[in-house]
Write a protein that binds this ligand. Structure first.
Ligand code: PXP
Length: 242
């Protein structure tokens, strides 16, 4: 799929690893998935090293960073994980909020109050190591300004509310919030990413947001891959047992 001028497609491979972790086995291999995704046009491979290691493992990240091509790591601003990122050296990172009980990232970072200090420290350590730093934020002017003040190179606008919005009016309102926050980020000299909950039905309007430099998509691509590939997988097995 062609998704706009100079817009990078970041393909998140977390859920390939989720499936592997269900059996703690070697298949499906996230590295093999990264190679396939790259051949199909992924500009960046994205993964989230969570504190609970529910999908991507440290070794996956280290091996991924040795492959050719751009790697974008999502991580919480937690010293232990930041240290791993500094050793693995992905090309870029996105700092995200993380809660053990959540099924997936639930929204943008809190950028003020007690959360600001660990974020500022993480941004400065990662940038000092030459890693480009993005902050995952809700599409609000205050959040864009706070991200700039914390030293972010890029903001990733959280598209969850847009993705969940029902009906033309609500969807339009959420798209407008993304566009306005996007303009401000651009005016402030930051890169602009968007992601979370994007799928084959809702991505086009987001991809058209002015100044957007990347979209990061995982769940919908991995879900669709099952159905694009299931027919061939069953047919191959049928052939073997026939
Ligand atoms: N962007 C960020 C910051 C995320 O945390 C995630 C989920 O890991 C995504 C994008 C991708 O979201 P989805 O899997 O819903 O496409």
């Amino acid at each position: 799929m062609r998704i706009g001028h100079n817009l990078k497609l970041g393909v998140n491979i977390d859920h390939i690893a989720t499936l592997r972790q269900a059996r703690r086995d070697i298949d499906p291999d996230p590295l093999a998935a990264a190679r396939v995704a790259r051949r199909a046009g992924a500009d960046m491979i994205v993964c989230h090293l969570r504190e609970d290691r529910r999908h991507i493992q440290d070794q996956d990240l280290f091996e991924l960073c040795k492959l050719k091509g751009e790697v974008h790591l999502e991580l919480a601003a937690v010293a232990r994980i930041v240290e791993i990122a500094l050793k693995a050296k992905p090309d870029s990172v996105c700092l995200v909020p993380e809660r053990r009980q959540e099924l997936t990232t639930e929204g943008g970072l809190k950028l003020v109050g007690a959360s600001a200090k660990p974020l500022r420290q993480a941004v400065s350590k990662l940038k000092a190591a030459g890693i480009e730093v993005s902050l995952f934020i809700d599409p609000e002017a205050g959040a864009v300004r706070a991200a700039k003040a914390l030293g972010a190179d890029t903001v990733e606008l959280c598209t969850s509310a847009y993705s969940r919005a029902k009906g033309k009016k609500n969807t339009g309102t959420e798209l407008e919030r993304l566009e306005l926050a996007g303009y401000l980020a651009y005016e402030m000299g930051m890169g602009l990413h968007a992601g979370h909950g994007l799928d084959y039905h809702n991505v086009k309007d987001v991809a058209a947001i002015p100044h957007l430099t990347a979209v990061n998509i995982g769940f919908s691509i991995v879900s669709r891959a099952l159905f694009v590939g299931l027919k061939a997988a069953v047919a191959e097995m049928k052939e073997l047992v026939s």
